[in-house]
Design a protein around this ligand. Structure first.
Ligand SMILES: [Fe+2]
Length: 278
């Protein structure tokens, strides 16, 4: 009933803005990513459109509300909804953010930074192990974009590596977030990528950002991918080898045919980078 294909090649973040336009064009994304929170309680016509997508494309889930870095325990009733959704639609990947979005059970509707400390790495590892046992599958965690750098005793890549080694989870590597953080916090993004092991990475995100001040970039997901991020993506794929890559566009979404132009360009860049690697 559901499309039984691998997550491979270049995907696109699915938005209701263009869900009806997907079949109007010969060029089709290789796969789609959705936020499960946007679909779990949605019924009616839009649900039918989503199910039609799932019948024809591989889909991955990228969650917003797990709040893995929060001191709160994991919300089990929420996780049960996620589990049922993943199972029903036979979705192979569930990714989340290395950040937190809730405190004392109150949700803050944003993703907040976590300190890269041994204590936090242990805390998150325990929560990740709980989530993976509950879901009966590995999850992926995404390196977040941040605007303040909290003090900590670990490098971000050591922090990520510790959690992966301890729990067997994977990394959703957001190359735009690496670039945004390198600009805002003053480090070399290429050295960050050098420290990522290929076997850690399940898939890659790229998106657009906006420079709003001389020393500040915002991770807006609201414009085309910058040339600097394309260069970093090519370097990343040459180092890691072939990985699925997703175009995220959440704000200022252009008409679908224009978004497809960017998708097409990204797919070519990805194919060229991977071909150079082999
Ligand atoms: Fe991302």
């Amino acid at each position: 009933m559901w499309f039984d294909g691998e997550i491979k090649g270049t995907g696109l973040g699915l938005r209701t803005n263009f869900i009806e336009d997907v079949y109007d064009h010969e060029l089709r994304p290789d796969w789609f990513e959705i936020a499960p929170e946007n679909w779990i309680k949605r019924g009616g016509y839009l649900r039918k459109l989503f199910e039609n997508i799932r019948e024809n494309f591989p889909v991955v889930c990228h969650g917003l509300s797990l709040s893995i870095g929060s001191p709160d325990p994991v919300n089990k009733s929420f996780l049960k909804e996620i589990k049922d959704f993943l199972k029903y639609y036979e979705i192979p990947i569930y990714s989340e953010h290395l950040s937190f979005s809730s405190v004392n059970g109150s949700y803050l509707y944003d993703l907040f930074p976590i300190p890269f400390t041994q204590e936090m790495a242990e805390h998150i590892s325990q929560k990740v192990s709980f989530v993976q046992d509950f879901l009966g599958k590995e999850i992926s965690l995404e390196n977040a974009s941040t605007y303040v750098k909290l003090s900590g005793d670990m490098d971000e890549t050591d922090f990520i590596g510790y959690i992966i080694e301890k729990t067997g989870c994977k990394l959703l590597l957001d190359v735009n977030n690496v670039y945004v953080n390198s600009f805002n916090h003053g480090f070399n993004p290429y050295l960050f990528i050098e420290n990522i092991k290929p076997e850690w990475v399940s898939y890659i995100h790229v998106a657009g950002h906006k420079k709003i001040k001389e020393n500040l970039i915002l991770d807006t997901h609201g414009s085309d991918i910058s040339e600097d991020v394309y260069h970093l993506l090519i370097f990343t794929l040459e180092k890691l080898g072939e990985k699925p890559v997703l175009l995220e566009r959440d704000n200022n979404i252009p008409p679908y045919n224009e978004l497809l132009d960017e998708y097409k360009y990204l797919r070519k860049v990805v194919e060229n980078a991977v071909q150079r690697d082999y």
